[in-house]
Write a protein that binds this ligand. Structure first.
Ligand SMILES: Cc1cc2nc3c(=O)[nH]c(=O)nc-3n(C[C@H](O)[C@H](O)[C@H](O)COP(=O)(O)O)c2cc1C
Length: 301
């Protein structure tokens, strides 16, 4: 019996471990069999190609990573023509395509374009991006906007619709509830926190654009708290991430209420992090003789 089996809404997963959008490509197949994972999440795709931000756009701090990649991607046409066929050919696990837009119309066009393609099981809606129709305020910061956008997208697809929440808000549970009410099937959290680093010798920002996204070990307690808070409020499942680096971290998030977890930054320092974690978590469940599903949300205070 596979004690790691779980589900994320409509998705049946052989185990709860997947990868964080933007941190993991097919090149990891050089290190392990990608079909060992529960699911695969793509880098965020936009309607038109994006060149990304100018360098320097990555900086490692004592306890985490600052990135300012700027959603660099080839655009949806090229994704469908070149990347998606490769993913479908190589992966037997669910494929979750991450998408982002700068207006609700753009999100809709993207989703409708992807609806024409077979082999996609879910969409992860990245709402940590400026909304040109709303004075550039990120979609994910406004509960009303999140509700409207989710409602619009949920009417267009039968596939699993996952809303990815930003942690840079006053109350993440408000946004989570708005997404749930709008028809989201599940939630991903958290995206990166705002962060910055400055070279004290020169006074120069370590990142060209100044403010960057902060990820890795430093954000784990924040991500865990947000997972717990959201899980207390919503009924839909959660895919959690933020500083997860080993099976113990993964278990903490599952206890907090996650149905599945993703590894992001931790793969950069060890490309075999994902298969090791799957193996270790499986050993733990076998030794404890406990299906992972039974531990979801079972934190005690
Ligand atoms: C280099 C880098 C690129 C990222 N690109 C994306 C992206 O394209 N879309 C997205 O939704 N999140 C993106 N993220 C955020 C991650 O998916 C994840 O939410 C965040 O890093 C927290 O997880 P971690 O601490 O395990 O890395 C990126 C993170 C990093 C470090």
């Amino acid at each position: 019996m596979n004690l790691l089996e779980t589900s994320l809404g409509k998705l049946k997963l052989q185990n709860p471990i997947t990868v964080a959008s933007g941190t993991f490509g097919l090149e990891y197949a050089d290190f392990f069999d990608l079909n060992l994972m529960g699911a695969y999440v793509t880098k965020t795709i936009t309607l038109l190609p994006k060149a990304g931000n100018p360098p320097p756009r990555l900086y490692e701090t004592k306890a985490g990573l600052l990135n300012s990649i700027g959603l660099q991607n080839p655009g949806v046409q090229s994704f469908c023509a070149e990347q998606l066929p490769l993913l479908i050919e190589r992966l037997k696990i669910p494929i979750i395509v991450s998408i982002s837009g700068s207006s609700p119309d753009e999100f809709e066009s993207l989703l409708l374009r992807l609806e024409q393609e077979n082999g996609i099981q879910a969409y992860e809606i990245n709402i940590s991006c400026p909304n040109v129709e709303n004075e550039g305020i990120a979609f994910g910061l406004d509960a009303f906007v999140v509700h409207q956008l989710t409602q619009r997208l949920s009417r267009l697809t039968q596939r699993e619709l996952i809303l990815k929440l930003s942690p840079n808000v006053t109350d993440i549970t408000e946004i989570a509830l708005a997404a749930e009410a709008g028809g989201a099937d599940s939630l991903t959290l958290i995206n990166t926190l705002f962060g910055m680093a400055i070279d004290w010798k020169t006074g120069k920002s370590r990142i060209r654009k100044g403010i960057a996204g902060y990820s890795g070990a430093a954000i784990k307690p924040v991500a865990l708290a947000m997972t717990y808070k959201v899980a207390q409020k919503v009924k839909i499942p959660i895919l959690a991430m933020g500083g997860i680096a080993n099976w113990q971290d993964a278990l903490e998030f599952i206890y907090a209420g996650a149905s599945a977890i993703a590894i992001g930054t931790a793969s950069f320092s060890n490309p075999r992090r994902v298969p090791e974690l799957i193996n270790d978590l499986g050993n733990y469940c076998n030794q404890a003789d406990t299906p992972i599903k039974e531990l979801i949300g079972k934190v005690t205070l």
